[in-house]
Design a protein around this ligand. Structure first.
Ligand SMILES: Cc1cc2nc3c(=O)[nH]c(=O)nc-3n(C[C@H](O)[C@H](O)[C@H](O)COP(=O)(O)OP(=O)(O)OC[C@H]3O[C@@H](n4cnc5c(N)ncnc54)[C@H](O)[C@@H]3O)c2cc1C
Ligand SMILES: Cc1cc2nc3c(=O)[nH]c(=O)nc-3n(C[C@H](O)[C@H](O)[C@H](O)COP(=O)(O)O)c2cc1C
Length: 786
């Protein structure tokens, strides 16, 4: 095969040498605009796993890298005068120049033709090539030429960064945070050879501008960073080797990261097959340092597929189209996964100055930073550095205990030498309520009441989950009047019989478990008068429908009733219904009340611009849309005992253009906080039938995180939280204060007890009646784990 690689970075060089090694008959040329053995840039990092992969494919290259690389395990944080260090992170650092030199030398040894100081203008310059590798980096000319085919999706991110070096040698991967009058700057610092350390300085665009760095040339920028990080540099200078940059041009040394993705990775130009590789086709932010890893793994995968084709007897140029199809299919998935993790890590560094630096204590800040990509979980941290994690768990548990009243600490002392509980199993206090752990049975409509009256089903349902270890149980959306119900099976609290039936359940929970009991109060609005959940959900009843009201006269679905737009008298009547239900809930003994302002029901229909088109004082800007829900909140707060907290459940994103987004949720949370809400339960969606939610593991937790840390109010995270590891990650990182778990609790009433057993948390009380079940369960688990 005749192969030309345009661009002699890690992707082009490594692919060239692997293919030449695979079959020396291939004629391979790498065309590079830079001089031989000449490159700009400082160190790059990749993981131990990438090294192992490289060793499998070319031991000579791996050996040469291993001689030259720096390996380190520790991550060190310098923040607010503290230095915190944790180990087990396993990185390899090498100078970019050294890496390229090794690859260049290996190419030469194997007989790859290297052509330097040559600008490749186009793939068409190489008409004899069977295969053109467009490994020409992030600004790929080839990608731009065939933009219509490759369909690149390029997003420029808001932070500015400058890639510098220093002669101060740091003995761990360091993250340095420094505050200025304009905001926070951070440095990512890692040594990559015996004399040099990479020093990347990063800050948001507004802080960068306010600091005058948009007007600074390279020298002035370096001087600024040297002053800012002086105590870390200990007299060493910062260095720039970006020779390609005009040293006098203002602001030019500071760049924005660009995330590149392409829909199509290869193209036949009439003579040659052209395929994108490395940064040309995808980029990953340096926050998890994986751009070089991706480039090298692209090269390995394409080589592997050619090898496979060769072994199957279909090698040579004729195999190219099929191999390229497979290459894209195989790499796309891995790259997307890594880009998602890199995206999370990158976003963390984009918001860190406004969301975490001033909010989180150093210990928790470290935890948040280590788990920023969401790929490293709580238990994964334990594998990396058990001593550090246990220290953190102790710190967290001590603070949690300090937060709860003396009387509620029962048995939860932390003796030295005793294993601390993981964050999931620490108590949490709000006003006069203390929950024994952070697990909440999320509100779930059971559609099993008659005339709103809870019955034996509800007693058994809640009883089982209370015995199952959760710290707090919510009722389903409990409706404040008959016409506030979603379905005829919904539970209610508009009469004394219902109050008494609820009291029986609350008394059982309090009498037989340590769990607390919350009630979610709501009104269905335009989503009312529909069939039971397991019938045709959201579709009107076949008969016996009742009239609906909503913020505006817009039906929910195609077959839905058109609701009547509420007038002032409706508002007063329904507000009074909420107050009456609140009083009954207090009498029934509920510990916390949640006002259901989510999922498109009545209060939510006011909050979303998709469902609120009112022209009066209750429609328009977010403050107006929130006006009536806030009136209801105030009335409920006044009727609810002072020592008992109130939660507000919000749809933090409507998942539909023109609807509420996280920005609106932050504004709404601020309004409810000002009105006296104690905690925001951060759900999303279900506001309009046309929604397009983006689901995933813990997918709504970012809303809880943002609201908690930007608004300064406790939050509940909910949505696809289904393992103790998830709960621990969320709580430990300060992304939320409680985790609501819904569907896992349908599958397993004793979810909390079972998860405790799985992570070896023994200090949780099982009902005494079930103790022999406990020992068998734990023994079997240990056997399975062994
Ligand atoms: C601040 C920063 C820190 C980073 N840190 C890390 C890290 O720690 N770990 C990591 O893995 N990655 C890191 N990266 C990313 C890493 O540098 C790239 O992802 C990696 O180099 C991609 O390899 P590549 O071969 O695809 O592209 P490149 O390395 O960009 O190589 C492309 C080559 O093509 C040449 N070229 C371009 N156009 C032409 C043309 N028309 N004709 C001839 N030659 C051409 C260029 O001169 C260049 O040599 C970092 C990036 C930045 C910006
Ligand atoms: C059967 C069922 C009924 C639900 N009913 C309610 C409800 O009454 N009120 C509410 O706010 N959310 C309700 N939800 C949403 C859950 O509280 C929760 O937010 C959602 O299921 C995501 O959590 P999960 O991934 O743990 O299931 C319901 C969910 C389910 C599965």
């Amino acid at each position: 095969m005749r192969i030309v690689c345009i661009g002699g970075g890690p992707a082009g060089l490594y692919f060239a040498l692997l293919m030449k090694k695979l079959d020396p008959a291939h004629r391979i040329t790498v065309v590079e605009r830079n001089r031989p053995y000449d490159t700009f840039g400082w160190g790059v990092v990749f993981s131990d796993a990438t090294m192992e992969n490289m060793r499998l494919w070319d031991a000579a290259t791996a050996d040469a890298i291993e001689v030259a690389f720096n390996h380190w395990d520790d991550i060190e944080l310098h923040f607010k005068g503290r230095c915190i260090r944790s180990g087990g992170h396993g990185f390899v650092g090498i100078g970019r120049k050294k890496l390229l030199n090794i690859l260049q030398r290996r190419c030469e040894a194997l007989g790859v033709e290297l052509v330097f100081e040559t600008e490749a203008e186009s793939d068409a310059d190489y008409p004899d090539a069977d295969l053109v590798i467009a490994s020409d980096g992030i600004n790929s000319r080839i990608r731009q030429k065939y933009a219509a085919v490759f369909q690149p999706d390029i997003v420029a991110r808001p932070n500015r960064f400058i890639w510098l070096g220093t002669t101060r040698l740091f003995d761990a991967f360091n993250f340095l945070f420094e505050k200025t009058e304009h905001g926070w700057f951070q440095a990512h610092v890692y040594k990559f050879d015996d004399s040099t350390t990479t020093f990347i300085v990063e800050t948001p665009e507004d802080v960068w501008q306010a600091s005058g760095l948009d007007q600074a040339n390279v020298e002035q920028s370096i001087a600024f960073c040297e002053r800012l990080f002086a105590r870390h540099l200990q007299g060493h200078q910062l260095l720039s080797n970006a020779r390609h940059l005009d040293p006098l041009k203002r602001g030019s040394a500071w760049i924005n990261f660009q995330r590149v993705r392409c829909r199509q990775w290869h193209h036949f130009n009439g003579r040659s097959h052209v395929v994108l590789m490395g940064d040309a086709v995808h980029t990953a932010h340096f926050a998890i340092g994986s751009g070089t890893k991706l480039a090298l793994e692209d090269a390995i995968e394409l080589t592997r597929l050619f090898k496979q084709a060769h072994e199957a007897g279909t090698g040579g140029a004729e195999a190219i189209p099929q191999v390229l199809e497979r290459y894209q299919a195989a790499r796309e998935v891995d790259v997307l996964r890594l880009q998602n993790a890199a995206w999370n890590a990158m976003e963390w560094f984009e918001v860190v100055g406004t969301r975490y630096c001033d909010q989180l204590p150093p210990e928790q800040f470290m935890y948040s930073m280590l788990t920023r990509s969401q790929r490293i979980s709580h238990e994964n941290l334990r594998l990396r550095d058990a001593a550090w994690l246990e220290g953190y768990e102790r710190w967290f548990a001590e603070r949690a205990l300090q937060g709860v009243p003396e009387a509620a600490r029962a048995g939860s002392t932390l003796a030295p030498g005793v294993k601390p509980p993981s964050p999931m199993f620490t108590p949490y206090a709000l006003r006069g309520l203390t929950v024994p752990n952070r697990v909440v049975v999320s509100p779930m409509a059971m559609y099993s009441a008659q005339d709103g009256l809870p019955n034996d089903f509800h007693l058994v349902h809640f009883g089982a989950r209370a015995l199952g270890g959760a710290g707090l149980l919510y009722t389903e959306m409990t409706c404040v009047s008959p016409d506030a119900r979603i379905t005829p099976g919904c539970a209610g609290l508009w009469n004394d019989a219902q109050r008494d039936a609820w009291k029986r359940i609350v008394d059982f929970v309090h009498g037989h478990s340590g769990a607390k009991m919350g009630i979610q109060l709501g009104h269905a609005g335009r989503k009312g008068s529909t069939q039971l959940g397991w019938q045709q959900a959201d579709e009107p009843l076949e008969s016996g429908n009742w009239p609906l009201v909503s913020a505006s006269a817009i039906p929910y679905g195609q077959n839905s009733q058109v609701p009547r737009e509420m007038n002032r008298a409706d508002m007063d009547r329904i507000s009074a219904d909420f107050v009456a239900a609140t009083r009954r809930a207090a009498d029934a003994g509920f510990d916390i009340l949640e006002l259901h302002c989510a999922h498109g029901y009545l209060l939510s229909s006011f909050l979303s611009p998709l469902t609120n088109r009112r022209g009066d004082a209750y429609g328009g800007a977010v403050e107006n849309r929130a006006r009536w829900p806030l009136e209801v909140f105030a009335a409920v707060r006044a009727a609810w005992p002072q020592e008992r907290p109130i939660s507000v459940r919000l749809s933090c994103h409507d998942w539909f253009p023109g609807g509420n987004t996280a920005d609106d949720a932050v504004a709404l949370a601020r309004l409810f906080k000002a009105a006296g809400a104690d905690i925001i339960d951060c759900s999303s969606g279900q506001v309009v039938a046309e929604q397009k939610p983006v689901y995933g593991r813990m997918y709504q937790t970012p809303f809880a995180d943002r609201i908690r840390n930007e608004v300064g109010i406790p939050t509940v995270a909910v949505g696809a939280i289904f393992e103790a590891d998830h709960v621990n990650m969320v709580i430990a990182a300060g992304r939320a204060d409680l985790c609501a778990v819904a569907r896992p609790h349908l599958a397993d009433p004793a979810w909390t007890l079972h998860e405790a057993a799985k992570i070896g948390h023994e200090a949780i009380a099982w009902p005494v009646q079930y103790l022999s079940g406990r020992s068998q369960y734990e023994t079997n688990l240990k056997r399975a784990q062994a």
